[in-house]
Design a protein around this ligand. Structure first.
Ligand SMILES: *Cc1c(COP(=O)(O)O)cnc(C)c1O
Length: 438
C-alpha cells in the first residue's frame, strides 16, 4: 500500500518543489487540469497591471516602440521555441491554435502543390482534437482534397510500403487530448517523409509538458497552445513554427500587414516578411502576450533545476503514482486507466473510464462531485462507433503539471475519488446538470 507519508517524503526530496511558489493556487484546491488551462503565475497580475497602467495608460501609442510591444510575438515566440527545440527566430506567438493550424496546413499544401499534383490527401488520427479535424476538413473542401482519419496502427500502414504516394500532409497532435498517448515525433516524421509527405505537429499538450525537439525530428511545421502547460491564461495566444527550409516559401493565406516585410511602409501590395514573421497576421494581442510571457517564464525558472528533462521526470513520477494508486484503490470500484500504461508513450495526463454497476455513465457527475471537493479535473464525452473506428468511452481526465503539483496532491486526489464513490456523492442532482463547458 502506498501511504500519504510516502508521498510527503517524495515531496521533501523533490528538487522542483520550490517552483510551486511561482503560482497562486486557491487554498484547498488540487488542480489537475493544467493540461486544459494552466494555473495563474504569481507574477502575472502585477505584470499585466503594469502593462495596462504604465505601458498603455502613460506610454500610450509610444509603447509600441518604447515598451517593445511590436516585437512581442517574436520575443515570446523565441522563449517558447527554446522549450520545443526551435532556434531563435524560428517561432512566433500569435493568434489561436486553430488559426495557426489553418496557416501552416495552407502553407504546407502550397508547397506540396508546387511539387506534385498527385498528393491530395491529409492523413490524421480519428481521435485527434476536433478543431484540428474541422480546420483540416474545411481546407480540404476548398482544395478538393480528402481528409483521411485513421487509428494509429492503420496510419502507420497507410504511410508504409509505398502506399503513401497520394498523401500530401500528415497532421498529428503529439499528445492525444483524450488518452494522453504520446507519438514519437522523430519516427513518425521520418515515416511521413519516407512516404513523400510533409508533417504538421500540434504541440498543444506537449509544449511545456515534455522535451520536444522539432529540429532534431526534422519536422516541417508545428503549432501549439499558450494557455495549457505554458500557463498563459484563458485564451492566451498560440505559437507557430516552420522549419527554416519552409518558413520563407510561399505565402500563408492570412497575409495580413504584420506578416509584411515592411508593415509601416504602408505599401498597397503584400510582400511577405522573411522567415517565420510571415506567419503573423494582424496587430498583436499585447496584454495577452504579456500574460503569456509570464507563463512561459514559469518554465524557464526550471532551467537551473534540470529544465524540461527534469520536468518530464517529475511528470512521469506523478502519473506513475496516480496509476498505481488508481490500480490499488479505484480498480475495485469500477475505474480503469484509459491511458497508456507505459510512461514512455504517455504525456502528462492520465484518463480514467468508469463502469458502474447500474450500467449508466456517471463520469460527468463523478467529476462534478470531485470538483466540489476541490479536485479540479475534467470530463470528456465519448462518441459512438463510426466507419472509421470503434466507440470511444466517456473519460475523466487528470492533468499533472510538475511545476505546481505535489505527490501528496496525487494521493489526496485519489482519496477524494474513493470517497465520492463510497458516499455516492455523484448521485446528487446538482452534479448531474451539464454546463456548457465540461
Ligand atoms: C487545446 C487544443 C486546441 C485549442 O485550439 P484553440 O484554437 O485554442 O481553441 C487545439 N488543438 C489541440 C490538439 C488542443 O489540445
Amino acid at each position: 500500500m502506498i501511504s500519504r507519508d510516502d508521498c510527503a517524503r517524495r515531496d521533501a526530496a523533490d528538487a522542483l518543489a520550490p517552483l510551486r511558489d511561482q503560482f497562486m493556487l486557491p487554498e484547498g484546491v488540487i488542480y489537475v487540469d493544467g493540461n486544459s488551462l494552466g494555473a495563474l503565475p504569481r507574477a502575472t497580475p502585477a505584470r499585466v497591471a503594469d502593462a495596462v497602467r504604465q505601458e498603455w495608460g502613460d506610454g500610450l501609442i509610444r509603447s509600441w516602440n518604447d515598451a517593445g510591444w511590436i516585437t512581442l510575438p517574436q520575443r515570446v515566440g523565441d522563449r517558447i521555441g527554446a522549450l520545443v527545440g526551435a532556434k531563435p527566430g524560428e517561432c512566433v506567438a500569435a493568434d489561436s491554435t486553430s488559426v495557426n493550424l489553418f496557416k501552416v496546413l495552407s502553407a504546407a499544401s502550397r508547397i506540396v502543390k508546387a511539387d506534385s499534383s498527385a498528393r491530395r490527401v491529409i492523413v490524421s488520427e480519428r481521435q485527434n482534437f476536433p478543431t484540428d479535424l474541422y480546420i483540416a476538413e474545411g481546407l480540404c473542401r476548398d482544395l478538393g482534397w480528402t481528409l483521411e482519419l485513421l487509428e494509429p496502427p492503420a496510419l502507420i500502414e497507410r504511410l508504409s510500403g509505398g502506399r503513401g504516394g497520394d498523401v500530401a500532409i500528415m497532421m498529428l497532435t503529439q499528445v492525444n487530448y483524450r488518452t494522453g498517448a504520446l507519438h514519437d515525433m522523430a519516427s513518425m516524421t521520418a515515416l511521413a517523409h519516407a512516404a513523400g509527405a510533409l508533417t504538421v505537429w500540434d504541440l498543444a499538450h506537449s509544449a511545456g509538458a515534455l522535451p520536444v525537439d522539432l529540429n532534431g525530428a526534422g519536422a516541417d511545421f508545428a503549432i501549439g497552445c499558450g494557455y495549457k502547460f505554458l500557463n498563459g491564461g484563458p485564451g492566451a495566444p498560440a505559437f507557430v513554427w516552420a522549419h527554416p527550409r519552409h518558413a520563407g516559401r510561399f505565402w500563408q493565406p492570412l497575409s495580413g500587414w504584420m506578416g509584411h516585410a515592411a508593415p509601416f511602409t504602408f505599401r498597397p501590395h503584400y510582400e511577405p516578411a522573411a522567415g517565420i514573421a510571415r506567419f503573423l497576421c494582424g496587430t498583436p494581442a499585447v496584454l495577452s502576450l504579456t500574460a503569456l510571457e509570464c507563463g512561459v517564464d514559469t518554465l524557464r525558472a526550471a532551467d537551473a533545476l534540470g529544465g524540461m528533462a527534469a520536468i518530464r521526470d517529475k511528470s512521469i513520477a506523478l502519473t506513475e503514482l496516480f496509476v498505481a494508486l488508481v490500480d490499488e484503490r479505484c480498480a475495485p470500484i469500477g475505474f480503469a486507466c484509459a491511458s497508456p500504461r507505459d510512461a514512455r508513450v504517455r504525456g502528462s495526463q492520465v484518463s480514467l473510464t468508469h463502469a458502474s454497476a447500474d450500467g449508466a455513465s456517471h463520469g460527468y457527475a463523478i467529476m462534478q462531485a470531485l470538483i466540489a471537493r476541490g479536485v479540479i479535473g475534467d470530463f470528456r464525452a465519448g462518441t459512438a462507433a463510426d466507419a472509421h473506428g470503434p466507440a470511444l468511452p466517456d473519460i475523466l481526465r487528470f492533468g499533472f503539471t510538475p511545476l505546481y503539483l505535489r505527490f501528496v496532491d496525487v494521493f489526496d486526489a485519489v482519496d477524494h475519488l474513493v470517497q465520492v464513490m463510497q458516499r455516492e456523492e455523484y448521485r446528487e442532482a446538482r452534479f448531474n446538470k451539464r454546463s456548457a463547458v465540461t
